[in-house]
Write a protein that binds this ligand. Structure first.
Ligand code: XMP
Length: 333
C-alpha cells in the first residue's frame, strides 16, 4: 500500500473523540517507529508544526528536540509566544536560534521576489542543518507535512508548474540523513485543527491565520530594510489586534499589512513628512487557490488608518487592497 495516499475509507476527523482516537493511534505508531531514539523538529509556531510538536511531546517527551529558527521575519511577539508555550507550558526540549542578522544580511539590496524567497528558504535550511549537526545522536526528523502538501507534490511530479516557490523544510544536505516522522501527513487542515485542540493547544494558535514560510519578507516589498520591516511588524500587530477586538479574526481567512518600497509626501506637525503607505489586505478563501475580498466596515478602516499613521513611525498613508485572486495572488510577492 502507498502510505502517502489517504485510504478511501478513512473517516474525516471532525470531533474530539475521533481526534483522541487518532492521537492514541499515532502515539503508538511513533513510539514503535522511533523507540528510544531522538527526533528533531523545526518548530515554526505554525499550526502544523505545533500540532506535530504537541503530539510528539505526548508520545516521546524529551526525546523530541524542537528547533525554532527566528529568521527576523516573524510577526510581533511570535517567537516569544512559541517559547512561552512550548518551553514554558509544554516543557519541550527547545532550541531557540535568533538568526535575524544572518537573514537580513543576506537579503540586503535583494529586491527580486523569487530571489528573496530562495535566499530565505536556503538559509533556513543552512541554519537548521547547523543546529542538527551540533546534535550528534539524532536519527529522525519530524515534519508537519499535511495531505495538501502531498497532493501538491504529486501535482508537481506530474509536471504542473507552481506559481511561487513555497518553502518548507525539506532538501536537507546529503550528510544529514534522517528517517522521517510525519504523523499528520494524511490529514486535511481542518482535521489538523481538531487534533490540535484535542491535544490541548490554545484555540488562537490552532485557528490562527496562515503565515507564509518567508514571513514578513514577502510583505516588506522589494529590498528589505530594518526600518520598513519594523514599521510593517508594528502596523500588522495593530491590524491583528483590531480584527481580534472587532470579531473579524475568526471570520476572515487571512489579513495582513504589506508595505511597498515607495514613499509619498505627507505633513506632520506642520512639516513635510515623507512616509510609506501601509496596504491592508483581508481575504477569504477555501483552499488558497482563489480568494475573495472581505469587506471591512468603514468605521474600522478609519480607526485603523488613524492608529497606524499615528502609532507607527514612517507610515503616512493607509490603503486597502480590493484585488481578488485571481488576478492578484494572496501575498504580494
Ligand atoms: P499566494 O500568495 O500564492 O498564497 O496566493 C496562497 C497561500 O499560501 C501562503 N503562502 C505560503 N505558505 N510557504 C507557506 O507555507 C510559503 O512560502 C508561502 N507563500 C505563500 C499565503 O500566505 C496564502 O495563504
Amino acid at each position: 500500500m502507498d502510505n502517502n495516499r489517504r485510504p478511501d475509507n478513512m473517516a474525516r476527523i471532525t470531533t474530539k473523540e475521533l481526534a483522541e482516537a487518532f492521537i492514541a493511534e499515532q502515539i503508538e505508531l511513533v513510539r514503535k517507529q522511533v523507540g528510544d531514539k531522538k527526533v528533531l523538529l523545526a518548530l515554526s509556531g505554525g499550526v502544523d508544526s505545533s500540532v506535530v510538536a504537541a503530539l510528539l511531546i505526548k508520545a516521546i517527551g524529551k526525546q523530541l528536540v524542537c528547533v525554532h529558527v527566528n529568521h527576523g521575519l516573524m510577526r510581533k511577539d511570535e517567537s516569544e509566544n512559541v517559547i512561552k508555550l512550548f518551553e514554558g507550558e509544554l516543557d519541550a526540549n527547545l532550541i531557540y536560534v535568533d538568526a535575524t542578522d544572518r537573514f537580513l544580511g543576506l537579503l540586503e539590496n535583494v529586491s527580486e521576489p523569487e530571489k528573496k524567497r530562495k535566499i530565505i528558504g536556503a538559509e533556513f535550511i543552512n541554519v537548521f542543518a547547523e543546529e542538527a549537526r551540533k546534535l550528534d545522536d539524532i536519527d529522525y526528523l519530524a515534519q508537519g507535512t499535511i495531505y495538501p502538501d502531498i497532493l501538491e507534490s504529486i501535482k508537481q511530479a506530474e509536471g504542473k508548474k507552481a506559481v511561487k516557490s513555497h518553502h518548507n523544510v525539506g532538501g536537507l544536505p546529503e550528510d544529514l540523513k534522517f528517517e522521517l516522522v510525519e504523523p499528520i501527513k494524511l490529514l486535511f487542515k481542518d482535521e489538523v485543527r481538531v487534533v490540535g485542540e484535542a491535544l490541548g493547544l490554545p484555540h488562537a494558535m490552532v485557528y490562527r491565520q496562515p503565515f507564509p514560510g518567508p514571513g514578513l519578507g514577502v510583505r516588506c516589498l522589494g529590498a528589505i530594510t530594518r526600518d520598513r520591516l519594523h514599521a510593517l511588524r508594528e502596523a500588522d500587530a495593530i491590524l491583528r489586534e483590531e480584527f481580534d477586538k472587532n470579531g473579524l479574526a475568526g471570520k476572515v481567512w487571512q489579513y495582513f499589512v504589506v508595505i511597498p518600497d515607495i514613499k509619498s509626501v505627507g505633513v506632520k506637525d506642520d512639516s513635510r513628512y515623507e512616509g510609506w503607505p501601509a496596504i491592508i489586505r483581508a481575504v477569504n478563501t477555501k483552499d488558497a487557490m482563489t480568494a475573495t475580498i472581505e469587506e471591512i466596515p468603514y468605521a474600522l478602516l478609519h480607526h485603523l488608518t488613524y492608529r497606524i499613521t499615528h502609532e507607527v513611525e514612517g507610515i503616512n498613508r493607509v490603503l486597502l487592497d480590493l484585488t481578488p485572486k485571481p488576478i492578484g495572488t494572496i501575498e504580494w510577492e
